[in-house]
Design a protein around this ligand. Structure first.
Ligand code: FMN
Length: 255
């Protein structure tokens, strides 16, 4: 059966999960950030389609909402899998609602526990925590692959008002939070942050990155920067960064 997996990922957790799922189901992976450059109303067709993305503030990343709103999905079986650091909140209910509004229907939804990557808020995870969470992610992807292969139906998840509030506030606030990104003296103007930003929110001006309002807060720029030159809130030089250990920076480049 032909399986197409569309993923969004900032620090590689979701990409690693998508690649493993593709291996288990003999599927193909596509970066949502790249797909967004395709003409509007393009139809994505496959016998099985899987959307994979991280939970952001108990909800769905804005780019993933726009992806579902902008394109058509022709498939008898569409699934959504959300990676998360501690609790996905209403992310799965939200994606199901967005899909329904577009006239589509999700057959299966599930969470994939992963390493928390919002390190400016929660701190860099210890080696021990990473090990445990990576094992959980591995097992959850295996379980999801079995469920998808069996054509399992599971698509009801409540969207609690608290999740709705938090994800709504995040969506409203995200263009203001971008002001928290600052550059330290270590920046050498290599431009990698521009190439990996999934929403083209970073431009080089006078050889230095400038952070713009379209930012998704995916944490890619500050975690993949080879010089640790991007600071954000309590993330200062010398504080270890995080990305999924099996993912190379070359896989994250979108432009
Ligand atoms: C802006 C932001 C908000 C997040 N919100 C949540 C959340 O509400 N619940 C949760 O469990 N994890 C949350 N996380 C953690 C990510 O969902 C998790 O680490 C995910 O696996 C990251 O995937 P990626 O490496 O593919 O980008 C958040 C991360 C970021 C950057």
């Amino acid at each position: 059966m032909m399986t197409k997996i569309y993923y969004f990922s900032g620090t590689g957790n979701t990409l690693a999960a998508a690649k493993r799922l593709a291996l288990l189901l003999d599927g193909e992976v596509f970066n949502i950030a790249g797909c967004m450059q395709m003409p509007e109303y393009t139809a994505f067709a496959a016998e099985r389609i899987v959307l994979m993305f991280p939970a952001y503030a108990y909800g769905v990343p804005f780019i993933v909402r726009r992806f579902v709103q902008r394109f058509r999905f022709d498939s008898p079986y569409i699934a959504a899998l959300v990676t998360y650091g501690s609790a996905p909140g209403g992310a799965l209910a939200e994606i199901a609602a967005v899909m329904k509004k577009q006239g589509g229907r999700l057959s299966f939804v599930s969470g994939i526990p992963s390493v928390e990557n919002y390190i400016p808020i929660f701190g860099t995870p210890s080696e021990d925590i990473c090990k445990k969470r990576l094992a959980l992610q591995h097992d959850a992807v295996n379980a999801a692959a079995l469920a998808l292969a069996a054509g399992k139906q599971k698509n009801t998840v409540p969207f609690h008002p608290f999740s709705r509030l938090i994800s709504g506030l995040f969506r409203l606030g995200k263009k203001f939070f971008v002001q928290a990104y600052t550059l330290n003296k270590k920046c050498n103007g290599c431009g990698l942050c521009v190439k990996i930003c999934p929403v083209a929110a970073i431009t080089l001006q006078n050889g230095k990155p400038v952070f713009g309002g379209a930012c998704e807060h995916c944490q890619a720029c500050l975690n993949w920067c080879p010089c640790q030159a991007v600071d954000y809130m309590r993330l200062k030089p010398g504080v270890p960064r995080y990305h999924h250990p099996d993912i190379e920076v070359a896989e994250m480049i979108v432009r």
